[in-house]
Design a protein around this ligand. Structure first.
Ligand SMILES: [Zn+2]
Length: 403
């Protein structure tokens, strides 16, 4: 629902949305001090329509140097010059890829323009160095999962009218999620996942593109007044940062991008699980911390081909079979307790093994000239506690790189 403060600011007045490259006028249709989610979506849509596409840069022939994608040719390594005339503000990386080969266009996930990741559907603007990064490159995979999260977000809005989306990023080690709050304290159940997946299939089949706009902060704020999570994001952004929006189907979201050319590339996906999170992605807060709304996190994984999803599923099953947490518990080496999440409590046999490992490590360190230090480590990011050390110790990065 739209925040009341924002609502009072809007009232019944004519609202002028001043956008990055123009302005438009629409009438607020707020008949009371309560705006439902449908009103929020309508306002977001009107705001989007009031924006105009990026102004074309001056159309002129530009020089583009093609580089092979760094470190991973993915069957799509290209170098040299585009095989078409490239016009600033008109020619996209996708068109350049297509001019080289249809396969290259189909397998390119994202472009890199002078070092910056760039939508393949976004026109080039100036002389540049261009890389066409395939779906199986590290950058391509992240863009793929990022775009998959938009598909999930759109499905959530359509399956659950009134769903309020928070954050939906890709994960560094694979997959994506979306945090969402349902109205009236409703909750998504595991039985609902099939419904969401069915909607995602429709979205994939529709091959929605990802349309990019740059808007003013004022424009973005008015569009997202009804979503406290998005307005919080806007509050956190530096004042001089431009605001970019992306549209995928009916979903308009704050996003830096870039994305896939269209949703049709997301051929195989599955939703994995649901979990509860607090606003800001925190799993839990320490006692006494101000309570904030609880959201649900929907996790998913996606691939360009069904075969890849099958292979990933087999790997996950193998990993579960070898899960040290389960095996160690079965062998009575340790156990876990809800009061100490993530921390194994070692039993006598497990403690003996642990001590032998520590003895081995100490010996190896001493032989290499290290001395011991000791401190108590708190998971500061989880508990939001101050860091144990205010600054790095000498050679800290070498002796304990994971902290
Ligand atoms: Zn995005």
């Amino acid at each position: 629902m739209l925040g009341r403060r924002g609502l009072r600011a809007l009232g019944r007045s004519i609202i002028r949305v001043r956008c990055f490259h123009g302005s438009a006028v629409f009438r607020s249709d707020l008949s009371s001090q309560r705006l439902d989610v449908e009103g929020y979506l309508q306002q977001r849509e009107r705001g989007w329509r009031s924006t105009i596409e990026q102004p074309s840069v001056v159309a002129r022939a530009i020089e583009v140097r093609l580089r092979p994608p760094g470190g991973n040719d993915g069957g799509a390594a290209v170098a040299g010059r585009p095989r078409i005339d490239v016009i600033a503000g008109a020619t996209t990386p996708f068109e350049i890829a297509k001019s080289i080969s249809g396969k290259l266009a189909k397998t390119t996930a994202v472009a890199r323009v002078d070092g910056q990741l760039w939508d393949v559907s976004r026109p080039l603007e100036t002389d540049c160095e261009l890389e066409l990064l395939p779906l199986d490159s590290p950058e391509g995979r992240q863009v793929f999962w990022h775009s998959s999260a938009h598909v999930l977000g759109l499905a959530l809005e359509e399956v659950f009218p009134g769903a309020m989306l928070d954050d939906g990023p890709p994960l560094a080690d694979g997959g994506f999620f979306y945090d969402v709050e349902l109205p009236g304290g409703q909750a998504i159940t595991t039985a609902d996942l099939a419904l969401i997946e069915a909607k995602m299939k429709e979205i994939v089949k529709a091959k929605h593109g990802f349309e990019r706009r740059e808007v003013s902060r004022e424009c973005a704020r008015e569009m997202f007044t009804g979503n406290r999570y998005k307005t919080a994001v806007l509050d956190r952004l530096p004042g001089d940062e431009s605001i970019t929006l992306y549209r995928c189907g009916e979903l308009v979201d704050l996003c830096l991008g870039p994305h896939l050319p269209h949703t049709g590339l997301i051929q195989a996906f599955t939703l994995l699980k649901l979990s509860a999170v607090h606003w800001g992605g925190q799993l839990q807060y320490p006692a006494g911390h101000a309570q904030t709304p609880q959201l649900q996190r929907v996790h998913g994984i996606a691939f360009p081909k069904a075969k890849q999803l099958k292979e990933w599923t087999v790997l996950q099953e193998e990993a579960a079979r070898r899960d040290h947490r389960r095996i160690g518990t079965q062998q009575k080496l340790w156990f876990f307790h809800p009061n100490s999440p993530g921390n194994a409590i070692f039993l006598p046999h497990g403690t003996r093994i642990r001590n032998r490992l520590i003895d081995f490590l100490k010996k190896a360190y001493f032989e290499r000239g290290f001395d011991e230090v000791f401190f108590v480590y708190f998971p500061t990011q989880l508990l939001r506690l101050p860091p144990t050390f205010p600054s790095r110790l000498p050679r800290w990065d070498l002796s304990c790189p994971a902290v």
